[in-house]
Design a protein around this ligand. Structure first.
Ligand code: ADP
Ligand code: ZN
Length: 748
């Protein structure tokens, strides 16, 4: 075998193994590390990525590569290295990690480039030949435009392709096929914007970031920045100017935003700033609402180095920007940065790793930082940048908490209406003043917690500080962390209450909309949640109607909690703040605090001061009270104490093992065996807590039973290696699967 004629390939079908192939002569010049290739495997052809070009192979009789996809290696060596790290840390095969670093559209190269016929004007060499009226009309159009897609020309000239062919025969035009880039934002009118004069807080943040840009080096000591600023404090303006500076240094930037806030509004702000001027560059957008073709083209604009700025959701962290100068993770606390299928990576954490490896500056921004990130800032692992006030004159909205227990005492049955009189009155006022209202109900939470409508008592676990979950089949209350269980009480257990009408809470946005229509028959109302957004354009259409004043009230789930900027919204109502509070998750308080703060941030973004009503059965819960006072630090200090006591993140890291199968006894039995195996393998670890097995909060999902074991340690990188070994070394019955989730954000 000649040197350099072997390609080591990771195949897409996860086999946790690499295979050697020979490189046939006709492909020799086109194979590099990161090339996507098609190779024979058994009797079929499969896709893979070249992960090495060794001088020789220990194997003989290598099969040749069948084909190379694309003109350039698609996985750059830097991204390849990142994928390897990801596979190790998140306990998954390299093949699986590699699969997620390229968009499907690029990976499969089915979409390809779109070629269309274009007509080009050719200056006449001599005297103009005789033309019919119609031919001349067409020719004049082209004389003006110089070049047009054929279809466009036919539309403008109201003629057929025949006429154009005649002109081609006469040597006046040339028809050729040409790549047409699909631009998802082609129809948007983008008005360029200029940098704003930064206020002192913003300037400080900007200067620290740019100073860091001048000094970072790959692998160097670079602590990431945590930019903490209330909603509307001007974080985005800091990002924009930092990116601008980054471009002057000849480096590109990646901006991650949660899928949900990747609205046309957000994209437009970035495009508008960078669409003109001396450093004008393409801004590529990557998210799931693009067509396959659009995604293909956007990605290749980045790979070719034409787009230097990428804005996108989670997977945009793998965009092949090179050299990379800046990574911004906006709303860094958002749980949608975590991928819920293998590879179960957290894009914020991958961003930190990538930034440090490539010598890029990392900026994590949020109005409500995650406990993890703020803890890092306190420990000086991150550098804290703070924006203390809103950038414009607007005040923070006034937040009023309404005690639903008082409401329930007013009725015989102990039941409460969806709208308290205070909230009803506030909505009426807004309708009269032609101002707008947003009503929020977090329906995704569990509606199965047991709560007393009279006193607000919620059944909780004595060992774990999480709410117990009602399991209908067994009619029992269960703790999903430690397995503790008890019978469903016949009356409220709180000694001073004893309400016999204790029950399970449950209420959805649909019911809210229906009630609202009855209460305010003349109001124009729209609902926004997963059920109402059926078509691709629904989201944009509803938001446009709301912005242009065609709607008075918008009802929705957390989909409407974030990022939206509507100056005419002066009232926000949170109908039932307790839903997210009693999820069986140690982050329930944190999530509630974040949600309330985010929703409140939607009010009073214009000239009129905003007002927020929060209806709750537990109005004195710290998450609600600190959100009411816009007091992040207060919330952090009391929450971190609770995490410390129980050794929950950020004081330790968590790995969650979930066993799934159709037969519950088998799942349970195997989970017990798995626990024993863990005890045996890890008995020497002092810094390790193993809890469970216990039934998963969602015990049965899609007809699979799930049992979980939770591990907590500070040394996660080391535990990851152990868990990978366990995955390959622990024999599982055929019909069971084991998933390993490192740093889970979702415990169900
Ligand atoms: P955030 O990203 O923190 O929510 P934005 O960057 O969206 O905040 O800023 C909120 C509003 O304040 C926007 O309308 C923005 O144009 C404006 N703004 C930001 N910085 C300034 C500034 N330095 N001067 C004037 N207006 C500003
Ligand atoms: Zn428990």
């Amino acid at each position: 075998m000649l040197p350099q004629m072997v390609a080591r390939v990771t195949l897409e079908i996860a086999l946790r193994k690499e295979f050697d192939y020979s490189i046939p002569e006709d492909l020799a010049g086109r194979v590099e590390i990161g090339s996507r290739v098609k190779v024979p495997f058994g009797s079929r052809l499969v896709l893979g990525v070249v992960t090495g070009l060794p001088d020789s192979s220990p194997h003989t009789n290598l099969k040749p590569l069948a084909d190379v996809i694309g003109a350039q290696g698609l996985v750059t060596p830097k991204v390849l290295a990142l994928a390897r790290w990801m596979a190790e840390y998140y306990c998954c095969p390299v093949e699986t990690a590699l699969k997620s670093v390229l968009p499907d559209a690029v990976r499969k190269e089915e979409a390809g480039w779109r070629e269309r016929l274009h007509v080009h004007y050719l200056p006449p060499t001599g005297e103009l030949p005789k033309l019919t009226k119609r031919q001349e009309a067409i020719w004049r159009i082209l004389e003006e435009w110089r070049e047009l897609p054929l279809q466009e020309l036919l539309r403008l000239g109201e003629t057929t392709a025949d006429t154009v062919r005649r002109l081609e025969d006469k040597g006046l035009v040339r028809i050729g096929s040409q790549i047409d880039e699909r631009d998802p934002y082609a129809r948007e009118l983008i008005v360029p914007t200029q940098s704003l004069t930064l206020n002192p807080d913003q300037l400080n943040a900007f200067e620290q970031i740019t100073r860091s840009l001048a000094t970072v080096a790959p692998g160097g000591e670079n602590p990431p920045f945590l930019l903490h600023g209330v909603t509307g404090s001007g974080k985005t303006e800091v990002y924009l100017q930092a990116i601008d500076h980054c471009l002057t240094l000849g480096r590109g930037a990646i901006v991650l935003v949660p899928e949900i806030s990747l609205t046309p509004q957000t994209v437009e702000r970035f495009k508008a700033r960078f669409s003109t001027g001396p450093r004008a560059t393409l801004v590529a957008v990557l998210h799931s609402h693009l067509s396959t073709g659009e995604r293909h083209d956007e990605w290749h604009k980045i790979r070719q180095g034409r787009a230097r700025i990428v804005i996108g959701a989670r997977s945009a962290i793998f965009a092949p920007v090179d050299p990379l100068g800046l990574i911004i993770v906006d709303e860094e606390h958002e749980h949608s940065y975590k991928q819920e299928e293998a590879p179960r990576y957290h894009a914020r954490d991958v961003a930190v790793v990538r930034g440090q490896r490539e010598g890029a500056v990392i900026v994590l921004g949020s109005a409500t930082p995650s406990l993890e990130s703020y803890h890092n800032a306190r420990r000086k692992k991150y550098r804290l940048l703070e924006l203390h006030t809103r950038a414009t004159e607007q005040k923070m909205p006034i937040v009023r908490v309404i005690d639903l227990r008082l409401e329930s005492r007013k009725t015989k049955s102990g039941a409460v209406a969806i709208f308290t009189p205070e909230l009803k009155e506030a909505i009426t006022q807004r309708l009269e003043r032609r101002e707008q209202t947003i009503l929020f109900l977090n329906r995704r939470g569990y509606s199965t917690s047991l709560q007393c409508p009279k006193c607000g008592y919620v059944a909780g676990c004595p060992n774990c500080s999480v709410a117990l979950t009602f399991h209908r089949a067994e009619q029992r209350l269960l703790c999903h962390v430690c397995g503790y269980q008890e019978a469903v009480p016949k009356q409220c257990p709180a000694p001073e209450c004893r309400n016999p009408a204790i029950r399970f809470s449950g209420l959805g946005t649909e019911k809210v909309e229906e009630t609202l229509t009855r209460l305010f028959p003349h109001a124009r109302i729209a609902r926004m949640d997963r059920d109402t957004l059926k078509r691709k354009d629904d989201y944009r259409r509803i938001l446009t109607d709301f912005r242009t004043g065609k709607l008075d009230i918008l009802v929705g789930t957390q989909m409407i909690a974030k990022g939206l900027h509507f100056p005419n919204v002066t009232l926000v109502g949170v109908l039932y703040a307790d839903l997210s509070l009693h999820m069986p998750d140690f982050r329930a308080g944190e999530r509630t605090f974040q949600l309330l703060t985010q929703v409140s941030g939607r009010a009073g973004r214009g000239d009129v001061e905003g007002e927020v009503f929060v209806q709750s059965f537990t109005p004195f819960h710290p998450a609600i009270q600190y959100a009411r006072r816009h007091d992040f630090l207060g919330f952090y200090d009391q929450e971190i104490e609770f995490r410390e006591q129980l050794k929950y993140p950020p004081l330790a890291r968590v790995a969650l093992l979930t066993l799934k199968g159709r037969n519950e006894d088998k799942v349970k039995f195997t989970a017990d065996a798995l626990r024993k195996e863990l005890d045996r393998r890890l008995s020497a670890w002092r810094d390790l807590v193993i809890a469970g097995p216990a039934p998963a909060p969602l015990l049965r999902a899609e007809s699979y039973y799930r049992h979980q074991i939770m591990l907590r340690t500070k040394a996660m990188a080391r535990l990851s290696l152990e868990l990978t070994a366990l995955q390959t070394g622990f024999p599982l019955p055929d019909d069971l699967t084991l998933t390993v989730d490192v740093d889970p954000v979702n415990l169900v």
